[in-house]
Design a protein around this ligand. Sequence first.
Ligand code: ADP
Length: 802
Amino acid sequence: MPKAPRESSNVPTELAILPLQDGVLFPNTVMPMAVTKQWGIKLVEDALKAGVPVGVVALKDRDASPPGPDDVHLVGTVAIIQKMIKVPDGTLRCIISGTVPFRIDEFSQAQPYLAAHVEQLEEITPESDELTALSRNLAGQYTRLLGYLPSAPKELELEVNNISDPNLLSYFVASTMRLDVGDKQAVLEERNTLERLKMLTAYLSRELDVLELGHKIQTDIQKEMDKNQREYYLRQQLKAIQDELGETDPTQADIKDLREKIEAAKMPEDANKAAMRELDRLGKIPSASPEYSVIRTYLDWLVTLPWSVTTQDSLDIEEARKILDEDHYDLEKVKDRILEYLAVRKLKNTLSGPILCFVGPPGVGKTSLGKSIARAMGRKFVRLSVGGVRDEAEIRGHRRTYIGAMPGSFIRAIRDAGSANPLIMIDEIDKVGADFRGDPSSALLEVLDPEQNNTFRDHYLDLPFDLSRVLFIATANQLDTVQPPLRDRMEIISLAGYTQAEKIMIARKYLIPKQLAANGLTSKKCRLMTDAVAEIAGNYTREAGVRNLEREIATIFRKVARKVASNPKFTAVVTAKNVSEYLGKQRFFAEVAKRTASMGVATGLAVTSVGGDILFVESTIMPGSGKLTLTGQLGDVMKESAQAALSFLRSRSEELGLDKDYFSKHDVHIHVPAGAVPKDGPSAGVAMATSLASAMLNKKVDSGVAMTGEVTLTGQVLPIGGVKEKVLAARRAGIKHVILPLRNEADVIEDVPPEVRKAMKFTYADELSQVLKAALGEKLISPAVVVNGRRNGNKLPAAARR
Ligand code: ADP
């Protein structure tokens, strides 16, 4: 495109001025242009006719039409019209070629087109190394620029490297690069070649920067797109392969399946929304990502929960009575209270109110009562043990952000029940712990609170679930360790344990038929005689309930079943005599006599988590200096009652016939085996005092006697709890005589079954003096009744009757 050498000489002094709307014409360059306006067409035609060049200048304001003298730049390029074509619409297309730069000195004509007196401008080009360097640099930059413009014609690169004249180079570069009209005009007006080159270098590097940045953005995007495209492509291929193999895309099938399940689950609105939202997310992530399985599991939980599945309650009290009787022997009081509870619920037409809590040792039928209630009401039954739970998250679940997170035990129980209104039996509510992981009992409180549990929020689900439709029943072995706020919520029903006779009845009526059926036997094939049951209950098990009894019966039946299986004619009759053939040697012995054969041992009665039990209190006196040692994992209350017992005996040392300095010359050691089991409570006070007195006086305690009662410093005997459990335990241990606080007499009459009352002797004591008399066989000290501030040594209180 560079033109032939400059034709500087023959430039006329006056030229027609052709304004360019967009752009600047540079010397030695050609440019196509369209001429549409009438004055323009006339100008071109006149010039061609006269064979003269025209002066091309840039317009300051591209919209000025027709342009006046003020609308054009004063510096331009002389141009020859190389070619002209008339287009059918009357306008012209020309190719003009720039020759030399000029400046307008004075306008000579304004109509029909501009004309002016002009002066040719010279190039100021002082030769220097800098000029050469700038030229080369400009050419190099220009080549780099072309590298970023793949659509630019290849010739440009050749051209730029072939131009040696710095002026031509500058015009060539300026005419072919992207520049504003203003910038281009500035290049043209700069007469000093060196400066012009510098100016262009600056423009070029700015342009290069922009292009480089654009290129970087472009490649980054390209890379990202390539990656996505690659993945998309591979996925499509995978799909094609799966289609070919007849395997459908698991993700899509999954999502479709889940959508149907969500719709079928009929969740409340907010749960449904959450489920749909998660489903949407699921569709957007690859099934191999860990996130996928997290969401998948969550949705599985949501759809399996019985949001809207409930069972219809039947609150027919007569029917309930029948079912309770069918499943349980006796327990009349308990059944009555359950029926009352149900009746109130029926009348009030609500389930809110206190929660039933069955308290009693293992195997007394707490769980099976719960099952019967569920059966009577037509509800699903689930058991949920909170024993040993220390972490609140067990109850409430872990947040979904944890790996392997799951809902808490209540939501799991609901899922297991498959109905939103099951009967949930909360087992071992007395054994919830608390530590740094939060307090599970506060979460339990929330679950059990009718005010709050209709919007129970599990951490995992993170959605409210209505637990108010659930009937909760709690069980505990002991009441003492149930946290007070929980206890407040509950209506306590105690099941103390069974007597030998009751156990035999339960076995005959319930356990034997149940276990026969469970082992595929009939009463014809195997007869378990009553004396055998008595033998098992007495000598093979020692428990308040009937759990082990049932287990032993099952063992016998299993053994019989095995024999019947190998010989169908085989029948068995199990009596007290041949029980040992099935169960081995007798496991429990009446050890009381043996244990209390030495001085200083008294038999106490206690209530533990497995029901009532006997315990032995041992005391030894040895020469020393008056120290008291207590061992056997005793709690503070028990230690204090030992001290109180000792102090009381010291205060009566004279009466007991002990030397004045007896206590300063002897050490006392009290031990309560078994040492590994922690024990506490005040009710062993009388047994401790008796054991101490026995050791001090060298008198054996009657081995047929067991005792319970709290003792005060003044020797009074205070009432205790768990009377029925304790009496039954004494009976199990073969004890015939029980010493109890006087104020517990009513409990014995009310709670202890008549056959036990008849078979045993009871001594009710108000004072330690009476206890010692009954246990050690003779009157040792006088009662401590205080009359008018003086101890009345002779008069026995009226209450000391049996
Ligand atoms: P818990 O929950 O109190 O530990 P379970 O309910 O598990 O005790 O009872 C243990 C077994 O003893 C069960 O098979 C139960 O049916 C049976 N059982 C307990 N008490 C009675 C009773 N009064 N009548 C009939 N069966 C009983």
